[in-house]
Design a protein around this ligand. Structure first.
Ligand code: KG4
Ligand code: ZN
Length: 333
C-alpha cells in the first residue's frame, strides 16, 4: 500500500491505495469556505489551513485503511510536489518527508496533473489503453494522449486561462459565488444557449485551447444587452466553452487510434461536458471514462496511485526534493 498526500491548492487530502489500485481510504478536507468571500483561493489562508489540518487528515486516512500509526505496512509515501501554490505544496511535502524518514519507507514526489490522469485506473476495471484524456480544472486545461499508465503526451493546452478559471471569472462578473462552475452549470439548465451569440475560439487545426476571448465576449455582450437573464448568459457561455472543448477532442480522436476517452479535473463535473463526451465516445465507438464527483476534484487517492506507479517505474525521490510550483506535465519523466 502507498500513502498519498495532496496539498497543492485548497484541499488537504490523504489516502491509502493498494497495489491493485483499490482505494483503502481517502480523506479530503477543504478550506474553500475561507476563500469564498475573496472570489478565489487566497494562498496565505490555504497554507495556514493545511498546517492546521494535515496531521488529523493523515491520521484518519491511516485509521480507515487499518494501518498502524507508528509502523504502517507501506511500500512508500507519495506527495504532490507541483504544480501548485508554493506555501501549500511545502506543507504536504514536509509532512511526507518527515513520515517517510520516521517510518523508514521510500518517498516519492508526484506531479499533480499526472495524479489526475490516474483517476480512471482507480474507478474502471479492465481499463484499455490508449486513452484520450481531457484534463480541465481551475488551473489547467490539456488534451493528453495516454499510451499507458505514466506514458502521456500533451497534444494541446490552453494558451491563456484554464476552463475552470473562465467559469470562475464569468461567474464573478455575473455576481455569482465562488467557485463559479457549479452555479453556472445549474443556471445553464434553466436558460437558452441561443440567447447570446458567443465566439467558439480556436477553430484551427492545432489542439491548443483558449478561453480568455470568450470571457471578454461575455462581458461585452452583457454590457450591450443588460436585459438578457443570468441563466441565458450562463447557458450561452457554457455552450460556447464546451463546444470548443468537444470540437478539439473530436479533432484529437480523429487523429489517434485510442480505446477510450476520459475526463479529469474539476470541470469534469460539468453536466454539458459529460453529456458531450458520452456522445463523442458513442460516435467513435469508445469507452467513456467519466470520473465520479469525488474523483474529478483534488484528492490524494489519485496521488497515491501515481506514486505507486512512479515508485516502481522511476524509483524513490531523494529527501532533498523541492516543490515545483510551475511543473509542467510535459516535463514529467
Ligand atoms: O480540479 P479542481 O477541484 O481544482 C483545481 O483547479 O485544481 O477544479 C476546480 C474548478 C473550479 O474552477 C470550478 O469552478 C470548476 O472546477 N468546476 C466546474 C464545475 N464544478 C467545478 N466547472 C464547470 N461545471 C461544473 N459543474
Ligand atoms: Zn487538480
Amino acid at each position: 500500500m502507498v500513502l498519498g498526500i495532496e496539498t497543492s491548492c485548497d484541499e488537504t487530502a490523504a489516502a491509502v491505495v493498494d497495489e491493485n489500485f483499490h482505494v483503502r481510504s481517502s480523506v479530503v478536507e477543504s478550506s474553500l469556505d475561507q476563500h469564498r468571500a475573496f472570489g478565489g483561493v487566497v494562498p496565505e489562508l490555504a497554507g495556514r489551513a493545511h498546517v492546521a489540518t494535515i496531521a488529523p487528515v493523515i491520521r484518519r486516512a491511516l485509521d480507515e485503511a487499518g494501518l498502524d500509526h507508528l509502523a504502517p505496512a507501506l511500500e512508500g509515501v507519495a506527495v504532490t510536489n507541483g504544480p501548485g501554490l508554493i506555501g501549500s505544496l511545502l506543507v504536504g511535502l514536509s509532512s511526507a518527508k518527515a513520515l517517510a524518514l520516521v517510518w523508514d519507507v521510500p518517498f516519492v514526489g508526484v506531479n499533480h496533473l499526472e495524479g489526475h490522469l490516474f483517476a480512471p485506473l482507480l474507478e474502471s476495471t479492465g481499463l484499455e489503453w490508449p486513452l484520450m484524456t481531457l484534463l480541465v480544472s481551475g488551473g489547467h486545461s490539456l488534451i493528453v494522449l495516454q499510451r499507458g499508465p505514466g506514458e502521456h503526451e500533451v497534444l494541446g493546452e490552453t494558451i491563456d486561462d484554464a476552463a475552470g478559471e473562465a467559469y470562475d471569472k464569468v461567474a464573478r462578473w455575473l455576481g455569482l459565488g465562488y467557485p463559479g462552475g457549479p452555479e453556472i452549470d445549474r443556471l445553464a439548465g434553466e436558460g437558452s444557449s441561443n440567447a447570446l451569440k458567443l465566439p467558439v475560439s480556436m477553430i484551427g487545426e492545432d489542439l491548443d485551447l483558449s478561453f480568455s476571448g470568450l470571457k471578454t465576449a461575455v462581458v461585452r455582450a452583457t454590457e450591450r444587452h443588460p436585459e438578457i437573464s443570468v441563466s441565458d448568459v450562463a447557458a450561452s457561455f457554457q455552450f460556447a466553452l464546451c463546444e470548443q472543448l468537444l470540437r478539439k477532442l473530436r479533432q484529437a480522436l480523429g487523429r489517434y487510434d485510442v480505446k477510450g476517452v476520459a475526463l479529469a479535473g474539476g470541470v469534469a463535473a460539468n453536466s454539458a461536458l459529460r453529456a458531450g463526451v458520452t456522445n463523442l465516445a458513442k460516435e467513435f465507438g469508445l469507452v467513456a471514462h467519466l470520473p465520479t464527483m469525488a474523483m474529478c476534484t483534488d484528492n490524494a487517492a489519485m496521488i497515491a496511485a501515481a506514486g505507486l506507479y512512479r515508485l516502481r517505474a522511476s524509483g524513490a525521490s531523494g529527501l532533498d526534493l523541492s516543490a515545483r510550483p510551475n511543473w509542467q506535465l510535459a516535463d514529467v519523466s
